[in-house]
Design a binder for this molecule. Sequence first.
Ligand code: SF4
Ligand code: SF4
Length: 71
Amino acid sequence: MAKRGNYHVDIDLEWCKRCGICYAVCPTSTIKRGEMDAPIVEDHTTCIGCMMCENLCPDFAIDIKVVERVG
Ligand code: SF4
Ligand code: SF4
C-alpha cells in the first residue's frame, strides 16, 4: 500500500484495554507492544494510514490523524 500522507497515531491509553490487536495487525510495525502490553508508537513517520488499527480496536482508542497529504 502506497503512503499517501503523513500521519499521527493517537492512542488513548485510558480507553485501551491492552488487547494487542493493534500491534498484531499493523503492517508496518508502527505500533509496537510496550510495557504491560500497552501499545507504543516511537516513530509515527512509518504509519501508512491503512486505518486497520483504528478500525479493529474494540475500544475505539485509536485515532489516525492526517498531518500532511502527499500527492
Ligand atoms: S487495539 Fe485498542 S484496545 Fe487493543 S491494545 Fe490496541 S489500542 Fe488498546
Ligand atoms: S494506520 Fe495502519 S500503518 Fe498506521 S499505525 Fe495503524 S495499522 Fe499501523
